[in-house]
Design a protein around this ligand. Structure first.
Ligand code: HEC
Length: 161
């Protein structure tokens, strides 16, 4: 089986850009209620131990399930392990919680999709649990990618003679 059944191109129409961001803003406003409904609001104590909204943050089992789901559903466009190519990569860049690529932002994007792009909404096809599993996988992959880049850089910096 072909491991890279990606389409040749990944159209990113510019016309939808403003609309998409407007939508993203509107959606993030509704997310507080969504995560609450899913029961991920850090329970009991006032201060959460992590800033991530992801209930599976750091959960290896969830990451494994997310990897499998990603391979079946997302890899055809985002390439193996989300490394991108035809469509945007999902494992490098600004991953700070609360930033544009925060867990919440990713969850929303996957759940609602991006109007006028090939990025469909998966909110009906997948459970919230499954979407968080994918986010968990992408986060762990991002950590691996970063470590690998650091290792390579270390190799280059090393002088052997
Ligand atoms: C048919 C191709 C296709 C499939 C399948 C697909 N995506 Fe996408 N995805 C896209 C495109 C195209 C974009 C960029 C949209 C844009 O121009 O803003 C995108 C954007 C995204 C983004 C936002 C990236 C950013 O830089 O803002 C995330 C996160 C994402 N996809 C996750 C997923 C996940 C997870 C799945 C599987 C459940 C998936 N996608 C399946 C095509 C696809």
């Amino acid at each position: 089986m072909n491991a890279h059944p990606s389409p040749k191109t990944c159209p990113r129409p510019t016309a939808g850009r403003l609309l998409r961001w407007t939508t993203a803003l509107a959606l993030s406003a509704g997310l507080a209620g969504l995560t609450h409904a899913f029961g991920v609001t850090p329970g009991g104590s006032a201060a959460p131990s992590t800033t991530s909204a992801n209930p599976f943050f750091g959960n290896a089992d969830a990451a494994r399930k997310g990897e499998e789901l990603f391979g079946r559903t997302c890899q055809q466009c985002h390439n193996t392990r989300g490394h991108g190519g035809k469509c945007p990569q999902l494992v490098r860049g600004a991953w700070a919680p609360g930033g544009a690529n925060s867990d919440t932002f990713m969850f929303e994007t996957i759940s609602k999709g991006r109007p006028n792009t090939q990025m469909a909404s998966f909110g009906l096809a997948m459970s919230q649990e499954e979407i968080w599993q994918i986010v968990t996988f992408l986060r762990e992959e991002a950590v691996r990618v970063k470590a690998e880049a650091a290792r390579k850089k270390g190799d280059e910096d090393d002088t052997w003679y």
